[in-house]
Design a protein around this ligand. Structure first.
Ligand code: ATP
Length: 392
């Protein structure tokens, strides 16, 4: 048939014939349209496949068995012993890998990308923090205590085994904001060669609605993988306040997150090389469940620095700066009663700016006193506006 068509064309084809040209144009546009319809059809087929495909189950690998099977914990709850599909490179699987199971939950069908990045904003991991005890002023007692309950068991667990006592799993630091709680937690991680994982509890419920409990679980899984490690939970009162009435879904979510945290703490042994340090400005509102023996059973108060403490903090920051060599630390300390460590640091920075503004390359006492007055004025203004707000 096509041969006949070709010979007919060869005989009668005349490209100048307007009807022929018209028909050729028509063929061309129909061919294009056909191609476009084919593409649409493929797209719809793809979408239909996606809609009909069964969902996968997310799971995390816990252990590899000698017979090639794998123990996983599925996101829906139980631990499962599963097979590995031949499409998956079994050598790439290791405890902690995120995987997708088929719908029946019987086989690993895919290795998922590591999700640490997704949550990077909800927890910060510092493999090797660089804060030392010598960077902290006025907290010698607290340093000694935290060394005893965190650093010593991380570094010498056998000591505790031999004597037969359990070191605390967790320590709770409490005190006003800006007094060095985070600094203390980072320093003990540095000095114990531990990975420092920081989470801010108030961000759990806010950033990842419905995911708080899961993030807690993942943070601890990460801590175990990166052990020895210290999990630092700042603002723990955001999830650990006394039970509120569970009317709203937000409250239930916070409750679930707290329950998961308690389960994680209860789940590891005192001599495991993961320790938890939590911090709060509101010890008074914490749920007593958190303070039960075997949880945060060691409380360390981090108060406002006293006279000697303030002197030490000034010394720490001013030693790193250029001064005229005539700094009277006792005067600075007596002028800054009630200041936090963070405020003293700001005073030193502000004094540096004042020196630059005055065309000097070093800081003197006048700069520091001006900076102190400025901070006091700012604090008073904040206090007054706070009071006004309360009465309007
Ligand atoms: P928050 O409760 O607001 O989290 P915090 O108690 O954890 O506060 P830090 O974050 O440790 O306070 O302190 C803030 C900054 O203030 C620190 O980075 C440090 O520069 C300085 N600072 C606070 N306290 C001290 C201190 N005792 N010695 C030296 N520096 C300090």
């Amino acid at each position: 048939m096509s041969d006949e068509l070709d010979s007919y064309r060869a005989k009668h084809y005349n490209s100048d014939d307007p009807i022929v040209r018209l028909l050729e144009e028509k063929i061309e546009s129909l061919t294009k349209e056909l191609e476009k319809l084919r593409q649409d059809l493929n797209w719809y087929k793809g979408e239909l496949e996606k809609l009909l495909a069964p969902p996968y189950i997310e799971a995390i690998v816990l252990d590899m068995l000698p017979d090639g099977k794998v123990i996983v914990r599925s996101s829906s709850g139980p631990n499962l012993i599963v097979n590995v599909s031949s499409n998956v490179d079994i050598k790439k699987l290791k405890p902690g890998s995120l995987v997708a199971l088929n719908q029946r939950g019987s086989t690993i069908v895919e290795i998922l990308p590591d999700r640490e990045d997704v949550y990077v904003k909800s927890f910060e991991i510092v493999e090797k923090p660089n804060v030392h005890y010598s960077d902290i002023g006025g907290l010698n007692e607290q340093i000694n205590e935290i060394r005893e309950v965190i650093e010593l068991p991380l570094k010498n667990p056998e000591l505790f085994k031999e004597i037969g006592i359990d070191p605390p799993k967790g320590v709770l630091l409490y005190g006003p904001p800006g007094t060095g709680k985070t600094l203390l937690a980072k320093a003990v991680a540095t000095e114990s060669n531990a990975t420092f994982i920081q989470v801010v509890a108030s961000e759990f419920a806010q950033k990842f609605v419905g995911e708080g409990a899961r993030i807690v679980r993942e943070v601890f899984e990460l801590a175990r993988r990166k052990a020895p490690s210290i999990v630092f939970i700042d603002e723990i009162d955001a999830i650990g306040a006394k039970r509120v009435d569970m009317g709203t879904s937000g409250e239930r979510e916070i409750q679930r997150t707290l329950m998961q945290l308690l389960a994680e703490i209860d789940g590891f042994k005192p001599l495991d090389n993961v320790k938890i340090i939590a911090a709060t400005n509101r010890l008074d509102i914490l749920d007593p469940a958190l303070l039960r023996p075997g949880r945060f059973d060691r409380l360390i108060e981090v108060p406002l620095p006293n006279f000697e403490g303030r002197k030490e903090i000034f010394r720490i920051y001013l030693q790193k700066m250029k001064t005229d060599g005539d700094i009277r630390y006792d005067i600075l300390a007596s002028m800054t009663e009630g200041f936090t460590g963070a405020e003293i640091k700001n005073v030193c920075t502000e004094a540096g700016y004042i020196a630059i503004r005055n065309g000097r390359k070093y800081v003197n006492m006048t700069d520091l006193i001006t900076a102190i007055e400025k901070t006091k004025a700012k604090n008073n203004k904040a206090k007054n506006s706070d009071r006004t707000e309360k009465y309007v």
